[in-house]
Design a protein around this ligand. Structure first.
Ligand SMILES: [Cu+2]
Length: 133
């Protein structure tokens, strides 16, 4: 009885110690939790009428920023805003503003694109989101 208890305790201790060692020395920085910068970045964006273009096409943030994207779709039909890295895929209804709220939790350059089949320019409707330190 006593022995079993000691074994479990030792094992629990072992798990905790290896977990801490992993987090401190081995975990790749890209999967570590990000420190929120406390900054709120509001970005206004438009889908230009009948051009299959984002305006602006390139947007930027600093790591840890909370990004509030406000996208106005000028077209009379739906578009979609998708950026896989951040798990975003939102429908943009016609002649309306859509808000997308997320944390810039990774450093790098990420592509976003239209996720709703919308016509001849659908596959060109892409843009870049750049996150820096
Ligand atoms: Cu589209």
């Amino acid at each position: 009885m006593q022995n079993k208890f000691v074994t479990i305790l030792l094992f629990a201790g072992f798990l905790i110690v290896t977990g801490v060692i992993y987090q401190k020395y081995y975990r790749p920085p890209e999967i570590a939790p990000v420190q929120a910068s406390g900054k709120i970045l509001e970005i206004k964006m438009r889908v230009l009428e009948n051009q299959w273009k984002w305006d602006p096409r390139v947007i930027q943030a600093k790591i840890g920023d909370r990004v509030i994207l406000k996208i106005f779709n000028e077209d009379a039909y739906d578009h979609g805003f998708a950026m896989e890295t951040f798990g975003i895929n939102k429908r943009l209804f016609p002649k309306r503003e859509t808000t997308i709220d997320f944390i810039a939790s990774k450093i790098g350059t990420f592509n976003f694109y239209c996720s709703v089949p919308c016509g001849q320019g659908h596959y060109q409707q892409t843009g870049e989101f750049i996150v820096t330190e």
